[in-house]
Ligand binder design. Structure first.
Ligand code: COA
Length: 148
């Protein structure tokens, strides 16, 4: 399986599939097809994914600005978890960031142990907590950082 970098001119079907996977994995917080499309239309937006031929089975979205990277979403179809796909997407994201990137930030729900373990395995550390950052359900966010 290869990682695909989604381009701004990709077919609408790709953006719909990204949105479908994101919503399946994180519920209503998941992005719409339009949100994924506007992310890749920005000069500094990056959306990466794995497909199984027909379907998108894993995705990562993020962006970079002024020496910092930010991971906004990582989602893997539940039938394809624990195969290292999320880790590979994070490694690829780091590879394609501009050379001057010094740190990468992300926020994660405090009780999302799988994701927190994933980020720790990829070298992220806990930086701070944002109280009641998330709604439905209300939950603190852990802010994590990886210095490059
Ligand atoms: C979190 C998520 C993206 C992980 O994807 P994945 O492809 O299964 O992760 P990987 O196979 O790359 O796992 C890498 C490491 O992360 C950790 N990890 C992943 N899933 C885990 C779980 N369920 N429990 C504990 N640790 C876990 C492990 O350290 C794992 O390494 P190991 O398999 O060698 O032990 C996936 O579970 C998911 O889509 N969850 C729902 C959406 C979500 O919560 N996204 C994050 C929002 S911030």
């Amino acid at each position: 399986m290869e990682i695909m970098k989604v381009s701004a001119g990709a077919d609408i079907e790709i953006f719909e599939k990204l949105s479908g996977l994101d919503k399946k994995c994180v519920g209503n917080e998941g992005w719409s097809a339009d949100s994924f499309r506007s992310e890749v239309q920005k000069d500094n937006g990056i959306v990466l994914c794995f497909t199984d031929g027909n379907n998108i089975i894993a995705l990562l979205s993020g962006y970079f600005a002024e020496g910092e990277g930010d991971i906004t979403s990582v989602a893997v179809d539940e039938n394809f978890r624990r195969k290292g796909l999320a880790q590979k997407l994070i490694e690829e994201f780091i590879k394609i960031l501009p050379e001057n990137t010094e740190s990468i930030f992300l926020e994660v729900r405090e009780n999302n142990t799988p994701a927190i373990n994933l980020y720790k395995k990829c070298g992220f550390e806990k930086l701070s907590v944002r109280k009641n950052f998330y709604s439905n359900p209300c939950e603190n966010a852990v802010v994590m950082v990886k210095n490059l």
